[in-house]
Design a protein around this ligand. Structure first.
Ligand SMILES: Nc1ncnc2c1ncn2[C@@H]1O[C@H](COP(=O)(O)OP(=O)(O)OP(=O)(O)O)[C@@H](O)[C@H]1O
Ligand SMILES: [Mg+2]
Length: 510
């Protein structure tokens, strides 16, 4: 057996009292795609940051191709051929697509991109991902014009252009839809054939099963196991990650017809939406499915007053409402849990306690309630316990939370606000299977209390598990409605991709 391209042994890292890594191990070979799995907060990103030189380990023995090395800065990592796409993309929105693509490549060090060869490579790369980014993205397009999926693809391409020997992809697919993921996978396959060692972090087990040769599982900062993908199953991986907490069963049908309407929407039209009509019953969980980016988020944003509607009517508890801002939405008891936890959800420099309190504070002030700080704290602590949020203290800054734990804080905040309609915008994106189970229970609870829930999810399994009804969207309109037992993964996929299905709406076909 040849020496591993990458061997990281006995890796320790503590952030204050939090022991993010405790004797973690990771060994991967050239030409291998090595999955790194683990629940939220298990240390995956920390390990990746140690390897990429952005976080200094307290202790680590790292060998690259058999050579003992020290990684103490991103520069030293680059010099060793290690490059990473981190969970939070670092595309600079004041630069163009080309400038971003060439960032960190050897020829752009002077700050100006002169080298024609490099520019040609950037243009080539853009063509390679053309089908994924869409026809509108050109080399001189300002990055500020790009959506999250497009930004992520540019980020990945940028790193690929540096031809790393060890490529780390930390939840690089989280903001991509299926078609974009396929194109990314082709690129990964290509660099794997060229002998690159790829470390691949994803909460999407199907991706891991499809792409990886081996998987290392982390739990609480420790390496639990390294397994061959060919010799394992998704169920076994889940067990390794979280014990038996991950099983997902379909909720029982609850008879959809006799509920009074909580919310109804007629012919809602906007820049992104085309005549969307539906109603939401009391205690109903209504799913939004389809390929990502077909207007699902826009629908939620419009209901929440964050995006403008051009036409259409929103009726809440029998009365027409005009939701012109998120504040107005909050006043009407409409809550939104955004999917992009870092840019929309959290005030990351503020303490966790404040993040929890902001929404509920608002409502209570409006209701002219006296807000007792102590009560806030108690409610906050109860919620932290209920959602199993891993953190040092409520007074820690929210920026130190792991991705999934940060998302739980956003959810907790809205639950403290006692909403009457909850809009969930892909709330468990990047959340581990165990934590997902917690969320599912909360969503079930909300429905049981009569709250109307609209759930946009990029995971079909989640829609199957949770929803009474699912609206499948395509290009801003509702293409199909699936009810009760019709909600299966197969039906969701075929409705989204229109395989052997006819379009139920009057919208145009792809
Ligand atoms: N800058 C930081 N300051 C304090 N604590 C941190 C910091 N970064 C991470 N942590 C903590 O270290 C632990 C590991 O976090 P890490 O981000 O590595 O987890 P992860 O496995 O990537 O999780 P996720 O799946 O949610 O992305 C968590 O408990 C997290 O709260
Ligand atoms: Mg992470």
């Amino acid at each position: 057996m040849t020496l591993p391209a990458l061997s990281a042994l006995h890796v320790d890292k503590a952030y204050g009292a939090v022991r993010a890594l405790q004797d973690a191990h990771l060994e991967a070979h050239a030409g291998e795609v090595h999955g790194l799995l683990g629940p939220n907060g298990s240390g995956k990103s920390t390990l990746n940051k140690v390897l990429a030189g952005t976080v200094r380990a307290d202790k680590a023995t790292i060998h690259i191709e058999g050579q003992l090395v020290r990684i103490d800065s991103p520069t030293s990592a680059h010099r060793l051929g290690i490059d990473a796409v981190h969970q939070q993309p670092s595309v600079l929105t004041n630069l163009t697509v080309e400038q971003n693509l060439l960032l960190g490549s050897e020829f752009s060090r002077a700050g100006m991109v002169r080298d024609h060869q490099m520019r040609a490579r950037a243009a080539d790369m853009l063509e390679r991902i053309r089908d994924a980014v869409g026809p509108e993205v050109e080399v001189d397009t300002p990055a500020s014009n790009l959506g999250p999926g497009q930004l992520q693809l540019i980020e990945i391409s940028k790193v690929l252009l540096r031809s790393p020997k060890i490529l780390i992809l930390d939840e690089a697919t989280a903001s991509l839809h299926r078609g974009q993921v396929e194109i990314l996978f082709e690129l990964v396959e290509e660099v794997r054939r060229e002998g690159t060692c790829v470390v691949f972090v994803s909460h999407r087990l199907d991706e891991v099963m499809q792409l990886c040769d081996r998987v290392t599982v982390l739990r609480s900062g420790k390496t639990v196991a390294t397994v061959e993908v060919a010799e394992t199953t998704p169920e076994q991986l889940v067990t390794l990650m979280v014990g038996d907490k991950g099983a997902v069963a379909r909720r029982p049908d609850r008879g959809a017809d006799d509920r009074p309407d909580k919310l109804s929407v007629h012919d809602l039209t906007s820049e992104k939406l085309r005549r969307v009509s539906f109603s939401l019953g009391e205690g109903e969980v209504l799913g939004l499915g389809g390929l990502q980016g077909q207007g699902q988020s826009d629908l939620l944003m419009t209901l929440f007053g964050q995006e403008r509607k051009a036409a259409g009517e929103i009726i809440l508890d029998g009365a027409t409402v005009h939701v012109r801002s998120p504040h107005a939405a909050a006043r009407h008891g409409i809550a939104l849990v955004p999917g992009d936890r870092t840019t929309q959800g959290l005030f990351s420099t503020r303490p966790v306690l404040q993040n929890l309190s902001i929404a509920s504070l608002w409502r209570r002030l409006l209701a002219r309630f006296f807000v007792s700080i102590r009560r806030e704290r108690t409610a906050g602590e109860t919620m932290i316990e209920r959602l199993d949020i891993v953190l040092g203290s409520l007074d820690d800054s929210a920026s130190g939370l792991s991705g999934g734990n940060a998302q739980k804080v956003v959810v907790a905040r809205w639950l403290l606000n006692e909403p009457s309609v909850v809009l969930l915008d892909d709330p468990t994106k990047g959340v581990d299977v165990g934590a997902k189970g917690d969320f599912y229970e909360i969503i079930d609870d909300l429905a049981r209390q009569g709250v109307g829930v609209v759930l946009n999810s990029s995971e079909d399994r989640e829609l199957v598990r949770l929803c009474d009804r699912v609206l499948v969207m395509y290009e801003g309109h509702i293409r199909r409605e699936l009810l009760g037992a019709e909600i299966t993964e197969e039906n969701l996929v075929s409705a989204a991709l229109l395989v052997g299905e006819s379009d139920q709406s009057e919208g145009r076909l792809p």
